[in-house]
Write a protein that binds this ligand. Structure first.
Ligand SMILES: NC(=O)c1ccc[n+]([C@@H]2O[C@H](COP(=O)([O-])OP(=O)(O)OC[C@H]3O[C@@H](n4cnc5c(N)ncnc54)[C@H](OP(=O)(O)O)[C@@H]3O)[C@@H](O)[C@H]2O)c1
Length: 348
């Protein structure tokens, strides 16, 4: 059986690690790498990911050059931006080139929750190109949505799903820390929060809730969304070291989803450690705890690469993670009917 050929767009923190994992997988053939910062940056990224380079790989500064130079591929692994507004054009261009797309952007986990019209355009582009498009990632994409959905299958009825993810910001660089308000005084935080509003910190509660609602066949309304600074101390003064965010959604039936996501620097110094907790108040009740918590970067890289085989064989259209069988890197028969209910306008 021939290898699945991949093109990698985005050679940042995640894209570089995805490239290394894909290049090491005998079931995949890395055909091309694209860096928006230019060919030289792309070459350096390839060398960093795979010292000595990847035989035959084409490095380009844009998608069309990558496809032309490499002779094409099956799946594009897209790790450039987080927001749908920036990604739509990249995904549509990939569909036109006959490439299926796996993207780790937060907005692509459940695009219908972000912009229904844009989601419809992506679906149409995928269908026209005869390719599949899907978003994945640790969170959103797995820990607060896909995994709870799987766990809810083993239940005769439930009242509340609660997911609590406490994670460390220590591994992250300046852009993430800035987006979390880290380093600000409490007063400056209030001003920055006022200005940035909903786009402060974790931005994907809507996507996780939309995903769960669509696949459970239920409509959830977000009734509470809070963001509190987590304070530490610097030179004797209080300083923001992270954010504690919470989102509550309720269905007409009274069933509730509670998502809680405290993220901060210096957990170890405060005697804490990252953890993941999924609690289902149902029949049977369920309490699943991961300690230490799941490493979001490593999990995101694994999810993206492990999906390649299934996405290469999926039916054309815009998908969610729930449409794919839980099988790592295996070729699957073209799925017959995997459209989630939301496409019929039933939920979300
Ligand atoms: N769903 C999830 O759980 C999950 C997990 C992790 C990340 N994400 C999302 O995935 C996306 C990519 O994450 P990432 O950590 O790989 O982001 P990143 O390191 O910032 O890289 C993303 C893009 O930024 C560019 N870039 C990197 N360093 C740069 C620099 N010094 N100057 C200018 N441009 C630079 C890269 O350019 P090139 O194209 O030139 O390589 C790449 O296209 C983000 O939107 C992130 O929010 C989601």
């Amino acid at each position: 059986m021939r290898c699945v050929r991949t093109i990698h767009w985005g050679t940042g923190a995640m894209g570089g690690r995805v490239l290394a994992l894909a290049a090491a997988n005998p079931g995949l053939e890395v055909a091309a790498v694209i860096s928006q910062r230019g060919v030289e940056t792309g070459r350096q990224a390839v060398e960093r990911a795979v010292p000595g380079g990847i035989p035959g790989v084409v490095v380009a500064a844009d998608l069309e050059a990558a496809v032309a130079g490499s002779g094409g591929a099956d799946v594009l692994l897209l790790a450039t931006h987080g927001r749908l507004a920036e990604l739509e054009e990249q995904i549509v261009r990939a569909c036109r080139q006959g490439l299926s797309v796996i993207c780790i952007a937060e907005d692509t986990i459940f695009p219908w929750a972000v912009d229904r019209a844009a989601a419809a355009r992506l679906d149409a582009a995928a269908v026209a190109g005869g390719v599949a498009v899907v978003g994945t990632g640790a969170n959103p994409g797995f820990l607060m949505d896909y995994l709870p959905l799987v766990l809810l299958q083993a239940n005769r009825g439930w009242r509340e799903l609660r997911v609590h993810r406490k994670s460390s910001l220590d591994p992250y660089g300046a852009s993430v820390l800035e987006a979390m308000g880290v380093g600000l005084s409490p007063a400056d935080f209030e001003v920055a929060f006022e200005r940035a509003g909903e786009s402060f910190g974790h931005v994907a509660f809507e996507e996780s809730i939309g995903f769960l609602g669509a696949h459970l066949g239920m409509r959830f309304e977000i009734v509470e969304k809070t963001t509190e600074p987590i304070l530490g101390e610097q030179d004797g003064e209080p300083v923001v070291v992270g954010l504690d965010q919470r989102c509550v959604a309720v269905a007409a039936s009274g069933q509730r989803i509670v998502l809680e996501h405290p993220q901060s620097r210096g957990l170890a110094e405060r005697g804490e450690q990252p953890s993941d907790l999924i609690e289902i108040d149902g029949d049977p009740p369920l309490r699943l705890r991961a300690e230490p918590g799941v490493d979001g970067g490593a999990a995101t890289v694994g999810l993206m690469v492990n999906l390649v085989g299934a996405v290469a064989d999926a039916s054309p259209g815009l998908h969610t993670m729930a449409n794919f069988p839980v099988r790592a890197l295996t070729r699957v028969r073209r799925a017959a009917s995997v459209r989630p209910e939301h496409e019929e306008g039933a939920a979300a």
